[in-house]
Design a protein around this ligand. Structure first.
Ligand code: UD1
Length: 297
């Protein structure tokens, strides 16, 4: 079996299988994206999150170390800033999480700092994602959540294609321009480019364990985002105003100075590009990678 076939079927918690992959192929570095990410689910089923995200990561690090591969890019999240006291969030802000999913991100960040502290051969970049949205401009690759989407833009997309009747806006009494929550939405292609920049940075002999925000530095409200999507798609998104979602922060957006200066990376796409590419994916694949009526997809 080829390495790519082995990897496609692999669960990080299966140490023997992971070891075989590293034995078969020498890797210069690992980008570690594997993890569960639904905040609400993590509150109800924390052990699944600890098992999958933490145990999987520990085993990955053990196997990497055993095979002398000590360069890593890890997908962390802006969730580690909790409800920030001020914005933009800089990488030095105090860290706090409000749910088990976020806790796994923070624990893995701390594990990485300890790993580098114990052995300076480890070169690690932690990327704190803000709110990734959009799709590949080809329309072939996009997000396809199982069940009812938790996140704003996959939900909006499913309303636009007629799979869901209306978007519930979680709170319109925040102290923001229109009362709705403000986030830093970033195009997935910019996010992907951020990983390439991080991989390049790992070649810098001075790098230890560093953290960078991946965002645009701009805040956009829920209603502004919905309007941008309506414009891109030509579809009306019916809205109903609901209560605040527990655990949601009011305004979260990134300071991008550190990534711009040290990674030489800056997001290029605005919310109109994000909505255009997301609609392109949605209109070509209204049921994602599954078929119409397949509720498991
Ligand atoms: C959440 C997680 C974050 C995770 C990210 C991507 C927290 C608090 N949030 O970010 O860690 O990395 O998802 O998976 O840990 N909204 C609605 N109606 C909806 C859905 C969302 O109004 O149906 C609003 C929310 O209240 C929020 C904004 O849209 O103001 C963005 O929500 P969402 O897309 O879920 O992302 P976050 O909560 O910011």
């Amino acid at each position: 079996m080829s390495v790519s076939q082995l990897v496609r079927q692999l669960d990080l918690r299966n140490k023997d299988a992971l070891d075989k992959v590293f034995a078969k192929q020498k890797f210069d570095a690992v980008i570690h994206f594997a993890g569960l990410k639904a905040v609400g689910e993590s509150v109800h089923k924390p052990l699944i999150y600890f098992d999958n995200n933490l145990i999987g990561t520990i085993i990955l690090f053990q196997v990497m170390a055993a095979h002398g591969c000590k360069k890593l890019v890890f997908s962390s999240s802006a969730t580690v800033y909790g409800w920030p006291k001020e914005v933009p969030c800089t990488e030095e802000f105090p860290l706090k999480t409000t749910n088990p999913y976020g806790r796994t991100k923070l624990i893995i960040e701390e594990m990485c700092r300890d790993l580098h502290g114990s052995d300076s051969d480890w070169k690690i970049i932690l990327l704190r994602y803000f709110n990734p949205v959009g799709a590949h401009p080809s329309g072939f690759i996009g997000e396809d959540p199982r069940g009812i989407p938790n996140n704003l833009m996959p939900f909006v997309q499913q309303v636009a294609v007629g799979r869901l009747p209306a978007l519930t806006v979680f709170g319109n009494d925040y102290k923001t321009c229109d009362g709705t929550g403000v986030r830093d939405f970033i195009h997935v292609v910019d996010l992907a480019d951020g990983h390439i920049a991080a991989l390049r940075k790992l070649d810098d002999p001075k790098i230890g364990c560093e953290v960078y925000n991946l965002g645009t530095g701009k805040g956009t409200s829920v209603l502004e985002m919905v309007k941008a999507f309506e414009k891109a798609s030509g579809k009306k998104i019916p809205l109903s105003m609901g209560d605040r979602r527990p655990g949601d922060a009011e305004i979260v957006y990134a300071s991008t100075n550190k990534a711009e200066k040290e990674l030489n990376w800056k997001a290029k796409h605005d919310i109109h590009d994000m909505c255009r590419d997301q609609w392109n994916w949605a209109s070509k694949n209204p049921y994602g990678y599954g078929k119409s009526g397949d509720s498991s997809k």
